[in-house]
Design a protein around this ligand. Structure first.
Ligand SMILES: Cc1ncc(COP(=O)(O)O)c(C=O)c1O
Ligand SMILES: [Zn+2]
Length: 364
């Protein structure tokens, strides 16, 4: 299997360990899955790897790496809203979908050391799966990251380095280390293998409901869930299983919204922003590396970007918790954004919202 550069189109085998193409472009996978069909799901495998016929996997390394991630329930919240309980995961966030595939790839290459930068949840996931795969790991997190996320990274045996400054600066420090020392960059943003995992979010919904709901609320910082969901939607469509595309409602923080602004201004690239403080720390990405790709797809699929109003996040968290759903603040932001969307565009019937990070992870 090959990587394909998103900028210059160069091909290189996926055994190539460089984080990106020499021209600076990020990798895509040159991989077209076979037509999706419920019959091709391995119903005896109780993890995301039940969809492995549609995933770009070189071998069976995943068998030693999987922690049983995925298979999360869909439950009704009210007559319009379904919640996908994606914090029912080994490390309590949806990032396990991507980390399970990325670390399986590392294991199949024989990688013995990885680094990564994260606002916390992806770092938790990569640290856990690196521990499981026997791979040494260092995670860079920005100052202000929840102490619980840091404790969890360290508990998995990874080194956790807290970097003063913004999330974007933290990524820069980590990437400099990758360049200087040639360590494998297990990035949920750079590696296209991560998206092979996040695709399963939508495959699961389709298997569970036998359809795709009319509205999908997806948080977007770097867009790892967004890109996986779009890939999977395109796949289901190409397989003749979707008569129409759902309305994707893409959530950005009011304090950090380069994609929302970019889309509103009709730009090809994210708008320059200075990130402010927000409770939705998980989506506060000022410079999303795949921003151009996200904006192009958003245009093609008629995605609507919407803010999570900062002053509504706590109330949204409380409302969910009162109904038994204890999610983290970044995830409560998805519900706050849904309510805001209904105010702006009218009722969003048949709407699926992801509950993708657990409440125990965030302090406020
Ligand atoms: C709970 C939660 N929701 C949403 C996101 C946003 O993910 P992405 O930056 O890949 O768009 C994150 C990322 O860390 C997260 O932890
Ligand atoms: Zn290139």
């Amino acid at each position: 299997m090959n990587y394909l550069c998103t900028k210059c189109g160069r091909r290189t085998p996926v055994s190539d360990r460089s984080p990106k193409c020499a021209c600076g472009g990020l990798w895509e996978l040159e991989f077209t899955p076979p037509a999706f069909s419920l019959d091709a799901i391995d119903k005896n495998e109780w993890s995301i790897f039940r969809y492995r016929r549609f995933m770009a996997l070189a071998d069976d390394s995943w068998r030693e790496v999987s922690l049983g991630e995925g298979m999360t329930p869909v439950i009704p919240l009210d007559e319009n809203v379904l919640l996908k309980m994606d914090y029912f995961m080994p490390t309590l966030s949806y990032k396990d979908r991507g980390a399970a595939v990325l670390m399986s790839h590392c294991r199949s290459l024989g990688v013995d050391r990885v680094v990564q930068d994260s606002s916390g949840n992806a770092g938790n996931s990569v640290a856990a799966y690196a521990g499981r795969a026997g791979i040494a790991c260092e995670i860079f997190v920005p100052e202000g990251t929840s102490p619980k996320k840091i404790a969890m990274i360290r508990a998995h045996g990874a080194k956790c380095t807290v970097v003063p400054g913004s999330r974007d600066h933290c990524a820069q420090v980590c990437r400099e280390k990758v360049e200087r020392e040639g360590i494998f960059y297990a990035s949920h943003v750079y590696s296209p293998f991560f998206y092979e995992g996040t695709k399963t979010y939508l495959y699961e919904v389709y298997e569970q409901l036998g359809r795709i709901p009319r509205h999908l609320v997806i948080p977007v910082g770097n867009g790892t869930l967004f890109l996986g969901v779009i890939k999977a939607l395109a796949h289901l469509k190409a397989s003749g299983l979707l008569s129409s595309m759902p309305q994707i409602i893409a959530v950005q923080s009011e304090a950090c919204d380069p994609l929302l602004r970019g889309a509103a201004a009709g730009l090809d690239a994210p708008a320059p922003v200075t990130p402010g403080p927000t409770m939705a720390e998980g989506i506060a990405i000022g410079e999303p590396m795949r921003g151009t790709q996200i904006l192009a797809l958003a245009k093609g699929y008629g995605v609507r970007f919407v803010h999570a109003p900062e002053d509504k996040i706590l109330a949204a968290r409380e409302a969910l918790a009162r109904k038994g759903v204890y999610c983290e603040h970044t995830t409560a932001a998805n519900y706050a954004a849904y309510l805001h969307y209904c105010e702006c565009f009218g009722p969003a019937e048949d709407c699926l919202i992801t509950m993708c990070g657990a409440g125990l992870k965030s302090d406020h």
